[in-house]
Write a protein that binds this ligand. Structure first.
Ligand SMILES: NC(=O)c1ccc[n+]([C@@H]2O[C@H](COP(=O)([O-])OP(=O)(O)OC[C@H]3O[C@@H](n4cnc5c(N)ncnc54)[C@H](OP(=O)(O)O)[C@@H]3O)[C@@H](O)[C@H]2O)c1
Length: 350
């Protein structure tokens, strides 16, 4: 739930200690007050940080499919209204709680929360923050937590992608899709067949490192993949679309192939024909990336640290397709939901 506190609610001691911040200081936040209705931008009074918490001056916040679903009441997590959406951010540390030891004022960080990131300020526990290395910009860093985190978990942790293997990725010009191409090609040394819904998107995925591309709105994905790799098929498929595209990707797998269910951007959830798994010793698996933060935090944290290092070394290059201002958040949601976006869509808070 968004931190909507009035000045009178705050302890007197805290107000005195924070006198430098100015009494009556507010920050702007996107608010979902009613499901399926446009978000509003409101002034919110800050609350004090707890002992383990950090206040971050947010520079960029990612716009994700999940944000839109949560504001429609269609996501697995359903926060109480009103709330501020937003799962990830990059920014600089403004203030630290008394027991914070991992970051200090002025540090550049990325962070992940369940909500509350689409705001000029965000308070989070210190364990949800990772320091940005010097060569990585705040804009690039904002792409890493969800899109690149999902990509590396799907490819490495779930599908165990090996060097030289062939990876098929759907919705390949989207935020996750481009991250999959980047990580598969430049970190795991795999070869990527990128499937997307228009010729422009297919052009982009080739520029971003895919070996070949397929426009799945112009014929059968399975036939196009067979033309590229022969009867053998692909070793790994990462599917973000669902429905028939998922089934065609499943049918494109090689012997002992692995398919990872990442999303249902097309709106349909396919049923898995179990005979297809048996015939070619194929594995179908799911990925709920955010849940790793809860269940396997050390693996989750290590992946994000690795991604920041890969970015620092220039091995991966996040692609930002569009940056909207906070007050354009509803336009940003529309841009994503209409499938118009390429690469990552961000909100800038500056
Ligand atoms: N499981 C997880 O932990 C996890 C993590 C991150 C994302 N996801 C999911 O993965 C999917 C992709 O996320 P993303 O961030 O990459 O999204 P994105 O950048 O907005 O890309 C989504 C792409 O999906 C394709 N698409 C197909 N049918 C669509 C439709 N009916 N409406 C809109 N787009 C459609 C479009 O590409 P084409 O035109 O090329 O088809 C679109 O560009 C979403 O479903 C998201 O919820 C899941």
């Amino acid at each position: 739930m968004a931190a909507i506190f009035c000045r009178q609610c705050l302890p007197r001691a805290w107000l005195c200690r924070r006198a430098w911040q100015g009494c009556g200081r507010h920050y702007r936040a996107a608010i979902c007050a009613e499901l399926k209705k446009p978000l509003t931008i409101e002034d919110v009074a800050p609350r004090p940080v707890g002992p383990h918490e950090v206040r971050v001056d947010v520079h960029f916040c990612g716009v994700n499919f999940a944000d839109i679903l949560v504001c429609r009441g269609q996501y697995q997590e359903k926060p109480h209204l009103p709330f501020t959406p937003g799962l990830e951010f990059s920014g600089t540390v403004l203030e630290t709680g008394t027991d914070v030891s991992t970051v200090k004022e002025g540090d550049r960080v990325i962070g992940m929360r369940n909500f509350n990131c689409m705001a000029e300020e965000c308070i989070t526990d210190q364990k949800n923050l990772w320091q940005i290395p010097e060569k990585v910009s705040l804009q690039e860093a904002a792409v890493l937590p969800i899109s690149y985190g999902t990509a590396i978990f799907a490819l490495e942790h779930r599908a165990h992608t090996q060097p030289g293997e062939v990876v098929l990725v759907t919705a390949a010009a989207g935020a996750t899709g481009l991250a999959v191409i980047d990580v598969a090609t430049n970190v795991l040394q795999a070869k990527v067949i990128a499937a997307a819904g228009s010729d422009e998107k297919c052009k982009l995925v080739l520029q971003r490192g895919a070996q070949s591309s397929v426009n799945y709105n112009q014929g059968s994905l399975k036939d196009a993949v067979r033309n590229l790799v022969g009867e053998g098929g692909v070793n790994v498929a990462i599917d973000m679309v669902g429905g028939d595209v998922f089934l065609e990707a499943l049918r494109s797998l090689a012997w002992e192939g692995r398919i990872v269910v990442v999303g249902f951007a097309g709106g349909n959830i396919a049923s898995v024909p179990a005979n297809l798994l048996l015939l070619k010793n194929v594995s179908a698996m799911g990925l709920h990336y955010g849940q790793y933060k809860v269940t396997k935090f050390h693996v989750f944290s290590k992946s994000l640290s690795s991604l920041l290092q890969y970015c620092q070394q220039g091995r991966i290059q996040p692609y930002v397709g569009m940056v909207f201002k906070l007050e354009e958040v509803n336009d940003a949601f529309l841009h994503v939901i209409q499938g118009k976006s390429v690469g990552k869509v961000l909100l800038t808070l500056k």
